[in-house]
Design a protein around this ligand. Structure first.
Ligand SMILES: Cc1cc2nc3c(=O)[nH]c(=O)nc-3n(C[C@H](O)[C@H](O)[C@H](O)COP(=O)(O)OP(=O)(O)OC[C@H]3O[C@@H](n4cnc5c(N)ncnc54)[C@H](O)[C@@H]3O)c2cc1C
Length: 550
């Protein structure tokens, strides 16, 4: 573990007036040495301000490690980190080490305070974010240990989910001496991998779903609850809708079947997003947006897909893949588009075990060796090739057309051609995959010469166009390619539901009143981050009108 570096933002110096406001919250309690303020695994916990004394944050004993004091917190500051916003169960125990006095504010009181005191809410949020990133590289990260094989697709899915959730956790490769010894200590067989060890349990054959449920991050529907807005898909469009909706008082829940952040989070660098002249990573943009939506009270559930749009007792509802339902006054379809796959044998077998549709640090670490192939002729493929080359990979960029400039922006083409780590194979296709447990080699075929060449390949990164994520939206008018039609694009024959309401569809509204669409899944959209964000946020104006708020 690295030495714990405490950034200033994590424990900000508060002014007398700010301390005064925090002292006015909740109720004061005298605390004695050894008193536990919250225990690892607690789902509901108070916001605590330490007036005097000292509190230590303790990582519980794990099967392979004894209990450790991660941090001691002095008076004049507050406890907590990002899980106070995301709803994740506590992963450290807060125990009084020097007696004194604390103030406790209930979870509902804390939510209210965060919306009312803009100045302190910004300071607290920044501190929570800084504390999370600090804890990710501390002993605190051992509170959630993920043990599995680097070449297993199940382990990759789990690591990918944990990384996207920004969980403080530790990945342990079972093929290392540490991993083997942990597996032996737990007495578990290889067929039980991957394993997730949390402060409260050991999950065998762990999946993002079982881990989310254990950590309190899954959806638990309350009977009779009606949301103002259910957002389906947590890419830039859905997240923008959730931020706009929740900040304007709509009771909002967002579901994502994979990883909130959408395609944008798969990008190693988005260079054309307003306000970030030197670009930002897609994962960074997604994480900020997720926290922002949660800060305004939106619930983000990112292990649960939506299986169908339905009408229950005359009300709009969505049915989740786990069979549960969420009833809503308005539904936002922002399920984007997903990358096409190549029609090559064994493709499914290697998805996540050598074949990836994103190029970020996580995929780099999951590639066993230096040889990679990027397939695609558009900007996303160019960005991925440059990123992988910057991580010392030997990149073969495979493009079907004869000229990479045909589908890629000039600035990327120039950088790709100038990079000594990238070899461009134009008029070429991947025709065969080889490997035992993970991908090890691919065969490339040149369309002009017919030549076939087998090349080592530890990672195949595929970016070849997209299909709309609209298979679940039955009953809504789509275009011939499956993209969702909205407002002026809906043919008259599909507008019968509006005749009874005596109105026309609003901007971004679909052929079903109260159901909206934004982003890449929408017919005619621009397929860009900025336009998806703009559409998601703008649609909320129409949603207010449709449900009678505006
Ligand atoms: C590698 C890469 C690089 C890119 N670079 C740029 C760039 O530099 N600049 C730029 O402007 N654009 C870029 N793009 C394009 C941009 O990312 C997309 O246009 C944008 O993400 C679209 O946002 P969206 O919200 O509409 O959909 P998406 O981002 O596709 O998000 C849709 C979400 O819906 C979820 N979903 C799908 N079906 C369901 C279901 N049934 N239930 C629940 N959830 C569901 C998916 O899991 C996904 O998270 C890039 C894309 C990629 C892949």
């Amino acid at each position: 573990m690295e030495r714990l570096v405490i950034p200033e933002e994590a424990f900000p110096a508060l002014s007398a007036s700010q301390v005064g406001r925090l002292r006015g919250l909740g109720r004061a309690y005298e605390v004695a040495e050894g008193d536990v303020l919250s225990t690892a695994g607690d789902r509901q916990r108070d916001f605590v301000f330490i007036e005097s004394g000292e509190v230590e944050l303790v990582r519980a004993a794990m099967p392979d490690h004894p209990e450790v004091v991660v941090l001691r917190i002095k008076p004049g500051t507050f406890l907590g980190e990002l899980n106070m916003i995301t709803g994740q169960a506590a992963y450290l125990t807060a125990r009084v080490s020097v007696p004194g006095q604390v103030r406790r504010l209930s979870p509902d009181g804390f939510k209210k305070f965060m919306l009312e005191d803009a100045e302190l809410s910004e300071i607290i949020l920044k501190a929570f974010i800084a504390r999370r990133s600090m804890l990710q590289s501390s002993e605190g990260a051992r509170s959630i240990e993920l043990l599995g094989s680097r070449s297993s697709k199940e382990a990759f899915a789990l690591r990918n989910w944990a990384a996207r959730q920004q969980l403080a956790h530790m990945w342990i490769d079972v093929e290392t001496p540490e991993g083997e010894s942990l597996r032996a200590t737990l007495g578990l067989g290889s067929h039980e991998l991957p394993i997730a060890i949390t402060p409260t349990s050991v999950l065998r054959n762990a999946t993002p779903n079982t881990l989310a449920s254990e950590l309190g991050l899954s959806f638990e529907p309350a009977p009779g609850r009606e949301f103002d807005l259910v957002v389906v898909g947590g890419g830039p469009a859905g997240l923008a809708a959730a931020v706009a909706g929740a900040s304007e008082g709509l009771d909002t829940v967002l579901f994502d079947s994979g990883l909130a952040g959408g395609q944008a989070a798969a990008s190693s660098r988005i260079e054309n997003y307003l306000g970030f002249p030197s670009g930002l990573t897609g994962a960074d943009l997604a994480t900020r947006a997720i926290v922002q939506a949660q800060k305004f009270g939106a619930r983000i559930v990112s292990t649960c897909g939506v299986a169908a749009l339905c009408i229950v007792d005359g009300q709009l509802a969505i049915r989740l893949t786990d069979g549960s339902q969420a009833v809503a006054r308005a539904v936002m379809i922002s399920s984007g588009a997903r990358y096409r796959t190549l029609p090559v044998k064994r493709w499914q077998e290697f998805e996540g075990a050598g074949i990836f549709h994103a190029a970020t640090e996580l995929e780099v670490s999951a590639c066993g060796g230096p040889e990679v192939v990027v397939v695609g002729g558009a900007n996303s493929a160019g960005q991925a090739a440059l990123f992988l080359a910057s991580r010392q990979k030997k990149v073969r960029l495979v493009v079907r057309s004869g000229d990479i400039a045909a589908g890629m922006s000039r600035y990327l083409v120039d950088r790709v051609l100038a990079d000594p780590q990238i070899e461009v194979h134009s008029e070429t296709e991947v025709v065969e995959l080889a490997g035992t447990e993970a991908l090890e080699a691919v065969t490339l075929r040149n369309g002009a010469t017919g030549n076939r060449q087998q090349t080592p390949c530890n990672g195949l990164f595929c970016f070849i166009g997209a299909v709309p994520g609209s298979e679940w939206v039955e009953g809504v008018a789509l275009d011939d390619d499956g993209f969702v039609l909205t407002d002026h694009d809906i043919p008259e024959k599909n507008l019968s539901a509006y005749a009874m309401l005596g109105r026309r569809p609003l901007s971004f509204e679909t052929s079903v009143p109260g159901v909206f669409a934004a982003g890449d899944v929408r017919h005619g959209s621009m397929k860009r981050v900025a336009s998806a964000v703009g559409e998601g946020a703008s649609a909320v104006r129409s949603i207010h009108q449709a449900i009678g708020n505006g």
